[in-house]
Design a binder for this molecule. Structure first.
Ligand SMILES: [Fe+2]
Ligand SMILES: [Fe+2]
Length: 215
């Protein structure tokens, strides 16, 4: 069930998020200069990747698990591991679990994810929850990691998101192939997630003492 088209054009995601690009980039550039804050941020990304992996697992509990879905689940778990490992490298110590001390805006991040999952699942048929939630998450992951990748390259920290980005790109294409033909729903859900992300990022900025979006 594939169709032609481009997830970026169909979703309108880049246009909608254009005003967020500069403040998000500036925030990440500041973060890259502060190893301990940066480590806590990476541990938060690890938590979100872990939540994504767990979401896939739970959504498939009563279904026949295919190789594609198992691969997707495993790759999200590996992303969680990747960010945890880089966070520990930056921190110079173990960051076990996800708590308020080692994870930036732990509760707002978990709430952002939970609300997005619940809000999207409410708007689509139960059987379509997995591809729709995944499609919207992949758009955000590709959008954010592309900016973050550039910032990391310029920072000289020798952390590359290249292979992670390639995997997210592939997930995006797969999920778009499963449900992206419904452009109206895609646009509405993209706008819904963008609103949640903007609010979440404003909290993140405020917490880290930066106010570009919170203003
Ligand atoms: Fe991921
Ligand atoms: Fe992904």
């Amino acid at each position: 069930m594939t169709h032609s088209g481009d997830p970026w054009i169909s979703s309108g995601m880049k246009e909608l998020n254009a005003p967020l690009e500069a403040p998000v980039r500036a925030f990440l550039q500041n973060l890259a200069r502060d190893p301990s804050a940066h480590a806590r941020f990476m541990n938060m990304l690890s938590m979100l990747e872990h939540m994504g992996s767990r979401k896939i697992m739970l959504s498939q509990m009563d279904k026949v698990l295919t190789e594609d879905i198992l691969k997707h689940l495993a790759e999200e778990a590996r992303h969680a591991y990747f960010f945890k490992r880089q966070a520990e490298r930056l921190a110079g110590e173990a960051l076990d679990g996800y708590d308020n001390g080692n994870c930036t805006t732990r509760i707002p991040a978990a709430m952002y994810f939970g609300r997005m999952d619940a809000g999207i699942s409410k708007r689509v048929a139960p059987a379509d929850s997995y591809p729709w939630v995944s499609l919207i998450i992949e758009l955000r992951a590709c959008w954010l990691y592309a900016i973050y990748h550039q910032v990391l390259e310029e920072s000289g920290l020798r952390i590359s998101l290249k292979s992670l980005l390639a995997e997210e790109d592939m997930h995006l294409a797969e999920m778009f192939g499963m449900c992206g033909a419904d452009t109206n729903t895609l646009r509405a859900l993209t706008a819904y997630e963008t609103d949640l992300f903007r609010k979440f990022w404003a909290v993140l900025e405020k917490t880290e003492g930066c106010h570009a979006l919170a203003a």
